[in-house]
Design a protein around this ligand. Structure first.
Ligand SMILES: Nc1ncnc2c1ncn2[C@@H]1O[C@H](COP(=O)(O)OP(=O)(O)OP(=O)(O)O)[C@@H](O)[C@H]1O
Ligand SMILES: [Mg+2]
Length: 251
């Protein structure tokens, strides 16, 4: 797949770069020989700060792979990924784990909830691991916005697919990361629940205004944070196209 958009590196408020995340000449290949799959083939992409960016493309075109690489969840075969000014492709494991925990929210396509924890415990898990106390007012706002207030004590197996997805959305938003990646974050939600859970919650990430629950005692957000998602329906987008499909793409 290949995709490229260009956004000025500087601009907007406070002198921060206008680009929240960048990929430069990123290649991601899985396997070797006959079964080798080139999921990302020299991808250049800039994700603008303070905007929704949708990554679109057919199944298997590399959308999830791109997001996993941008979020530092997967390694690249070659090329560079930057989060703001930090090149994450050069970071050692410990620093990368810390950066992911502190600066990135990720909504997984397959939710990745822990079955032994209830909904609330799943939502606060990243902060619990980091030894950080959740901001209660913000947490409540997130939980209410995604419509999970009456399901917090339920475990994932006791929740519908859409409810599990909303737990995954709440988990990504709860720590107020600098950038949120949503891998088809509304795929299991109906047309009423989808805007409620994803767009409403992520709105503070695309407004320069702070969320209503903001208080001086809580961790400050970047001035113009960012949300990025894969979506089969979004109108404005970065498009994934397969340039050199390998055997296993075409069956
Ligand atoms: N761990 C892996 N090992 C081998 N091939 C993989 C692996 N993960 C992904 N792929 C391949 O890489 C390609 C891109 O996969 P990816 O999951 O990024 O696609 P996608 O655009 O997110 O698809 P979908 O819309 O179905 O979620 C696919 O051909 C897939 O089979
Ligand atoms: Mg995918």
């Amino acid at each position: 797949m290949t995709s490229a958009v260009t956004i000025p590196r500087h601009g907007g408020t406070g002198g921060r770069t206008a680009v929240a995340a960048r990929a430069r000449q990123v290649v991601k290949a899985y396997g070797s020989g006959e079964t080798r799959v080139v999921a990302l083939d020299h991808v250049d992409v800039d994700i603008a700060r303070g905007r929704f960016t949708a990554i679109m493309g057919p199944s298997g075109s590399g959308k999830s792979t791109l997001m996993h690489c941008l979020a530092g969840l997967d390694t690249v075969t070659s090329g560079q990924i930057y989060l703001d000014e930090t090149e994450i492709t050069g970071l050692k494991d410990k620093k990368l784990t810390q950066l992911r925990r502190d600066r990135i929210g990720f909504i997984f396509q397959a939710f990745n909830l822990l079955p032994t924890l209830n909904a609330l415990e799943n939502i606060t898990l990243p902060m619990d691991i980091a030894g950080r106390k959740p901001d209660k007012a913000w947490l409540q706002q997130v939980v209410e916005t995604v419509g999970l207030a009456d399901r917090l004590k339920h475990r994932p197996t006791q929740l519908s697919g859409g409810q599990q997805q909303r737990v995954a959305v709440a988990r990504a938003l709860a720590a107020r990361p600098e950038i949120i990646f949503g891998d088809e974050p509304t795929g299991n939600l109906d047309s009423r629940a989808a805007p409620r859970s994803w767009a409403s919650c992520a709105a503070p990430w695309t407004n320069s205004a702070r969320p209503s629950s903001w208080s001086p005692t809580t961790r400050s957000p970047p001035p113009t944070p960012t949300a990025s998602c894969t979506s089969p329906t979004a109108a404005s987008s970065t498009r994934c196209t397969s340039r050199r499909p390998s055997r296993s793409w075409t069956g």
